[in-house]
Ligand binder design. Structure first.
Ligand code: SAM
Length: 214
């Protein structure tokens, strides 16, 4: 029988720590969360491999390393209100729920958010709020957020999202052409927004009013 725990610990050492992920909270939480719960039975054998996997509806659960880079970039200490756009399987949502106080997550595809909600409830998370809809509009009723993570590629940084950042808040978002992007960190200081280029990446498109058109 496949030893998922052993594979998970090897993933953390070989794919994450060895490649420079240094936030111990991120490493610990990725050593704990059962990634194989978030993929269908047919993909479970590959749950800890160094790549994205299909989750249905043409969407993917991101590569573990990219999940770790994005989470580390958000700089979470435990007190934060975080908005996630692109719930997908719910794996990244679980990581955020472990590292922040409250997570608000938006997904445009109803079957995906329903599946994610079921998995996250089974795992016992009680600090996650779900919304089906267009995340490019953010979630103004619950703003401001200390962290916003977008897990799909945007043509540009949506101002709807930067305007929902709290003072000192961080937005982590892939931006660029449809098939290859750069991961950016945008930090709010008053009405100034500092942009840092983190790494190259490839994401499915962010589809919505302030993203790509369908
Ligand atoms: N973080 C997810 C995980 O751990 O499984 C992977 C997310 S997948 C790479 C990107 C997700 O963004 C897809 O599920 C897609 O449907 C969703 N998405 C794309 N545009 C969106 C939008 N405007 N609002 C909300 N979700 C969106």
């Amino acid at each position: 029988m496949q030893d998922f725990k052993k594979e998970r610990l090897a993933m953390v050492e070989e794919q994450l720590r060895r490649r420079g992920i240094h936030d111990q909270r991120v490493l610990d939480v990725m050593a704990k969360i059962p990634r194989h719960f978030f993929v269908s039975h047919e993909h479970q054998h590959a749950a800890y491999e160094d790549r994205p996997l299909p989750i249905g509806e043409g969407q993917t659960i991101s590569q573990p390393y990219m999940v770790a880079v994005m989470t580390q970039t958000l700089e979470l200490y435990g007190d934060e209100r975080v908005l996630e756009i692109g719930t997908g399987s719910g794996y990244q949502t679980a990581i955020l729920a472990e590292l922040a106080k409250t997570v608000f997550t938006i997904e445009r595809i109803q079957t995906l958010i329903q599946g994610a909600q079921k998995t996250l409830q089974e795992l016992g998370y009680e600090n996650i709020f779900f919304l089906t809809g267009d995340g490019t509009k953010g979630w103004p009723e619950n703003a401001p957020f200390n962290g916003i993570m977008v897990t799909a590629g945007a043509p540009e940084v949506p101002l709807t999202l930067t305007s929902q950042l709290a003072e000192g808040g961080r937005l982590v978002i892939p931006v660029g052409p449809r098939y290859t992007q750069t991961l950016y960190k945008v930090t709010r200081k008053g009405n100034q927004f500092k942009e840092e280029d983190i790494t190259g990446c490839v994401f499915v498109p962010l589809v919505g009013d302030f993203g790509w058109k369908e």
